[in-house]
Write a protein that binds this ligand. Structure first.
Ligand code: E4P
Length: 215
């Protein structure tokens, strides 16, 4: 059970990584755009503190996908997880990279059949998009359960990386249904430690402690 941060804002990521509770970071072109920075600058800055960064490759054809992937992998080494879309070319890229021992995250997964192909292509991670499925009246967490069931029955090594998670409850449910990793926005990570009854209980304990200490 691992948590990744789904963000490209270095100043948000680093303090939370230092908590020791975060095992990796996932980025995508939209998150990079929000950061207002060049993707390579973001990866370089994170690379001192984060041991697993999903770096999405954007390309037009298979040779370009492979070329861009290898450039990232050569430059960043074991820190780089190459992120490719679950398309025909993305899966071929995945197979090529996986055969060379490079970690691949197959992203934009919306069905069990896509997850099966990603696993057969040797993906380290398969990323079903829970929130985007829910946005479209589909059962995002149901897909996590379905993939988990298939992967367990067939002893598949590919890890389920639940993505597009928008709330703390979905994190717990995704893990409960078999996700190996949840990648979450910093807001969701911060929310996971919060509980109104914790705050209330702590106020009471602080108050009672002060009342009982003699000196
Ligand atoms: C994960 O790898 C994706 O980048 C991300 O979770 C997408 O989330 P969104 O649907 O909230 O954009």
């Amino acid at each position: 059970m691992k948590l990744f941060l789904d963000s490209a804002i270095v100043k948000d990521i680093l303090p939370r990584v230092k908590s020791g509770l975060i095992s990796g970071v996932t980025t995508n072109p939209t998150l990079i755009k929000k950061s207002g920075r060049d993707p390579l600058d973001v990866y370089r800055e994170l690379s001192h503190d984060v041991s697993d960064i999903s770096m999405e490759v954007v390309a037009q054809d298979l040779p370009q996908f492979i070329d861009e992937s290898l450039k990232l992998s050569d430059y960043f080494g074991d820190i780089a997880t190459i992120k490719v879309p679950c398309t025909d070319i993305g899966l071929k890229t995945c197979k090529y990279l996986a055969n060379r021992g490079i970690r691949v995250n197959v992203t934009l997964v919306f069905s069990s059949s896509q997850a099966i192909l990603a696993a057969l292509a040797g993906a380290t991670y398969v990323s079903p998009f829970v929130g985007r499925m829910d946005d479209n009246s589909l059962n995002g967490l149901g897909l996590i359960a379905d993939i988990s069931n298939i992967f367990q029955k067939h002893k598949v090594d590919t890890q389920i990386l639940a993505a597009s998670i928008r709330d703390t409850q979905s994190v717990a449910r995704a893990f409960g249904l078999g996700a190996n990793i949840c990648t979450i926005p910093v807001k969701v990570f911060d929310g996971m430690s919060q509980h109104v009854l914790t705050d209330k209980g702590l106020d009471q304990f602080d108050h009672d402690y002060m009342a009982s200490v003699k000196n």
